[in-house]
Every structure is written in C-alpha cells, then in structure tokens.
Design a protein around this ligand. Structure first.
Ligand code: UD1
Length: 369
C-alpha cells in the first residue's frame, strides 16, 4: 500500500488561511500525501488567487469550478462535482475547514461514499439558525468522523449534542498559525502609511453578512453611521462584492465610492494588506468571524456587528464585543474605545501558532488507527 492520500478541500476566502498551515504540517509528516481540492466557490483574483500566492499554498491539484449561485445551486453543484472526483480518485480521508457551503457539501459527498471526514474548526455554534454558516456547521459536524476544535466552547457544544468524546480533540486555532507566520511580511506592506494614515490613527471596517448587508434599510443605516464615525476617526472599509452589489441595489453605491477622504473604500483586500491594517487599527468594526479572532490575538478593540457569535472566547478572553447593527448601540461602544476604556485581551489557550502541527498529528494518528 502506498502513502495514503488526504484531500484538503477549500473554496472560499476564509478557508485558505486555515488550509495553509495544515497542508504544510501534513506534508512534513511524510505519513500522508495532502491533495488540495478547490471547489471554486470564490473565484475572483482578489478573493482567491492572491491568497494562494501570499500564503505560498501549492496550486490545487483538482479544481471543481463551481462559481456563485443560490445556496441550493452552489451546494448541489459542489456535491455533484466533488462526488465525481471521489469516484475517480478516492482519498483515505477528506478534510474540510470552517463553515462555508464548500465545507458542508464536500463532507456530504465524502461520507456517502464511505470516505472518512475530518472537520477543522468543528463544534462552533452561534445558535442562530438563520445564518447559513450555522446550518453548514451543524450538518458537517453530525457526519464528521474526527472533529478538531479551536476553542473550549466547541467541545462543550459537541458534548451537548451527543457527539462521543472519542471523536473530538481541542487542537487550537489554525488561522492564528497563519497570522503568526505572516505578521512580519504583512507589516512590510505599510498599507496604512500608503493610504496616508498613521498607526493607531484609523479604524478598519468589513461587513458582508446577509443580516447586515442584504436589507437595504439596514445597510443604509450602517453606511450612514460609518460616515458619521469617520468624521472622528478616519475609516478604511474593505468592501466585499456582496456588500457592493447590495449597495448598488439600494441606490447608495456612491456612498461607498473610492476617493473619499475620511471613509476610504477599497475592494476586498489581500491577506497581508488586511492583516497589516488590522494590526495598526485603533478599532475594527466587523461581522467577520476571522477578524474577531485576529483582533483578539493582536489586542485590537473589535466591535462585532452581530447579535451572537460562534466564537465566544473572543468576547470572554479577547477584545470583541457584540454590538448588533443598531447605530444607537454601536456609537457608545465606539466612544468607550476612543476613551481608552476597553479590555486589552488575555492570551487564548492553544492559539499559539502550533495548531497546524496538532491537526496533522491527529489526522495521521486517526488514519493509522
Ligand atoms: C461566503 C461564506 C461566508 C464567508 C464569506 C467570506 C457561505 C454560505 N458563506 O460568503 O461564510 O464568511 O464567504 O467571503 O459559504 N462573489 C464575487 N466574487 C467571488 C465570489 C463571490 O463577486 O469570487 C460575489 C457573487 O456575487 C456572489 C456573492 O459574492 O453571489 C456571494 O458569494 P458567496 O460565495 O455565495 O458567499 P459570500 O457572501 O462570499
């Protein structure tokens, strides 16, 4: 028997930062051959290729080219195409990351063909079933064979759902491995300086969740608030394609145009530019799960524009506070940050830059069993 092949599946932007340390650590074990499968859920240069280059991820061996679509269309297309790939060339296991449509779809295709499924970032729960990601997390975890968890809440959630402890391991946060490896290179980009902004003298913003951007009135209210806040602290807003499309529909795209002095609107940013802007920010306003984690490790105050989070450790130990999307709640929290009244954030156990190694060790051990 040759060396077992393990598929590592990615499709959307946040997957790439999680896959990078795992593919490296697995290759170093020499006990398995990692094979990268890209579903093509994200495909724009800025949402995809840039990340592979910056993070030095090997080119995917398999590309399924699914593209955008409704949830049903996109998920179905991924299942169909990943199943066809599995039929042609079956791996020993399929590793899926996070909570995007790619994650749940590939887990489903694999488990039905008897291929073992490993979920990296298992067990997180927002307990909000209106979020597509929550459904993806639930579906993926219930069919996974090995559940690798990033923070203690994940272990508790899986136990409460009746998942046997023997399948669950707390390994830490692989995305923080990537942050630690790339932080210096990111700083060399001097992104803020090139925008004419000083370290600590600006805020950084990202918004892309359907709950914040799909409803025109909610989005318009948030954009007004950003303009208002930017009069006190210049803001850099990395506008996601979903948000821009929604702003166009709402007739407010001019409010997110490039070339504004105090609300600097850019497109989706490469990883290094985003990380360097986060590291130098006075405050981050976001609905991204990844940014809640990154700000916590970098000790940057984070206003999380959501009512709940599947990453409670970032609130308990980190620097994130849930403020929803009502400007009346966001404003006073912003004032506290400007007044310097914000927790600095404590160290989070196992977010230490070694999670990829632990993931690799668990996968190799599980395959050998
Ligand atoms: C997806 C994930 C979300 C993650 C986010 C990060 C799901 C359910 N959601 O949301 O969890 O936080 O990625 O970005 O998987 N588009 C482009 N270019 C691209 C990709 C998308 O322009 O390369 C546009 C398309 O108009 C598309 C829209 O963005 O319809 C949404 O893309 P999609 O992949 O469906 O979801 P995201 O909102 O990106």
């Amino acid at each position: 028997m040759g060396i077992p092949i393990v598929d590592l599946v990615a499709g959307a932007r946040p997957n790439f930062m999680k896959l990078a340390p795992v593919v490296r650590a697995l290759a170093e074990t020499r006990a398995v051959t990692p094979r990268i499968v890209h579903t093509g859920q994200h495909y724009d240069e800025a949402m995809n290729d840039v990340f592979f280059q910056e993070l030095r991820i090997p080119r995917p061996e398999v590309h399924l080219g699914v593209g955008s679509g409704s949830h049903g269309v996109q998920t179905a297309r991924i299942i169909e195409r990943y199943e066809a790939h599995l039929e042609q060339s079956r791996p020993h296991a399929t590793v899926v990351f996070g909570d995007v449509n790619t994650t749940a779809a590939c887990a489903l295709a694999a488990v039905k063909l008897g291929v073992g499924v490993v979920h990296v970032e298992a067990g997180l729960r927002s307990f909000d079933r209106t979020m597509p990601e929550e459904i993806n997390r639930l579906v993926t975890d219930v069919i996974s064979d090995l559940l690798l968890v990033s923070e203690p809440s994940g272990v508790t959630n899986l136990r409460n759902e009746g998942v046997p402890d023997a399948k669950v391991r707390l390994v830490g946060n692989v995305m923080i491995d990537t942050l630690m490896v790339e932080l210096e290179r990111a700083g060399e980009r001097r992104t803020a300086e090139k925008l004419g902004l000083a370290a600590g003298g600006y805020g950084f913003v990202t918004l892309h969740r359907p709950s914040n951007v799909d409803d025109p009135a909610t989005l318009a209210g948030l954009v007004d608030l950003l303009h208002e806040i930017s009069q006190r602290l210049p803001l850099v807003f990395a506008v996601h394609p979903r948000t821009l499309a929604s702003a166009k529909k709402a007739g407010i795209a001019d409010r997110l145009a490039e070339g504004q002095a105090r609300l600097v609107c850019l497109g989706p940013l490469p990883y290094h530019e985003s990380l360097s802007l986060v590291a130098g920010a006075r405050v981050v306003l976001t609905d991204s799960g990844g940014l809640q984690e990154e700000t916590s490790v970098l000790h940057v105050p984070c206003l999380t524009l959501r009512e709940n989070t599947e990453r409670p450790v970032t609130v308990e130990l980190g620097t994130s506070r849930l403020v929803g999307n009502d400007p009346a709640r966001i404003r006073p929290a912003f004032d506290e940050i400007m007044a310097g009244q914000w927790p600095k954030g404590a160290e989070i156990p196992l977010w230490d830059g070694r999670a990829g190694e632990r993931v690799a060790r668990e996968i190799v051990g599980w395959i050998a069993d």
